[in-house]
Design a protein around this ligand. Structure first.
Ligand SMILES: [Fe+2]
Length: 228
């Protein structure tokens, strides 16, 4: 199944997604980068500053969607059960695809970043209460990078235009994150995210005005503006 992707880098695969999905990957990368800056992460928990790679890993979280037909990703009407089932497989597709790339030496992702990238891809739809997918694992069994990605993924999916819904407001999305704290989301991470509501609103207000090309050019500045 993955042979059609032979020789492609992970980046080239992401660029095969519909444009709104590419934007989503970049937005999540930026938001994860910001959330990581705000988290009280100790160097003991994450030696070698591995958390600094969370945002890059999060960029690839939906790479498995390249295995989902575009007609499903772009569908305006409600998905059938069969289509929904295919969409729900994208975390597993993502991890398998990254393994396939790795075996073929073509991922373009540095080896030190690959374990985090696979965790973000495979576990970003798991829920804190165990009601997510694909495995239904819960709480701290869900890798940290996936818990961080999960909040930014859900938030961005709500505030962005999608084929099947118009963008919801920042306030609505924050309220949903608040409601999901302790059920869908790690409550400690959701708390930090919501403490920075205003900053998040500014970031999203800025990135939504950019074309996809400009967004990709500007993302480094947005990610590293605090350090510069
Ligand atoms: Fe996803």
């Amino acid at each position: 199944m993955y042979k059609i992707f032979q020789g492609l880098t992970a980046e080239e695969m992401i660029r095969k997604l519909p444009e709104d999905q590419i934007r989503h990957c970049v937005n999540v990368e930026i938001l994860v980068g910001k959330l990581v800056e705000w988290l009280p992460i100790s160097k003991e928990t994450f030696p070698n500053h591995i958390y600094l790679n969370f945002s890059r890993a999060a960029y690839y979280h939906d790479i498995g969607k390249v295995c989902v037909p575009d007609y499903i990703l772009n569908k305006i009407d409600a998905l059938t059960w069969e289509e929904y089932d295919i969409v729900r497989r994208h975390p597993v597709y993502g991890e398998e695809l990254l393994n396939f790339c790795m075996k073929n030496g073509s991922s373009g992702i540095p080896p030190c970043l690959l374990p985090l990238t696979k965790q973000a891809a495979l576990y970003h739809h798991e829920w804190w209460n165990g009601k997510g997918y694909p495995f239904g694992i819960r709480e701290r069994k869900i890798p940290y990078v996936a818990r961080v990605t999960s909040i930014c993924d859900a938030y961005d999916a709500m505030v962005s235009n999608r084929p099947y819904h118009r963008a919801y407001s920042h306030e609505y999305a924050c309220e949903e994150v608040r409601r999901g704290a302790g059920t869908q989301f790690d409550p400690a991470l959701a708390k930090v995210f919501l403490e920075h509501e205003t900053e998040i609103s500014h970031i999203v207000g800025e990135i939504c005005t950019y074309s996809t090309d400009k967004l990709i050019i500007e993302k480094k500045r947005l990610l590293y503006s605090r350090q510069n």
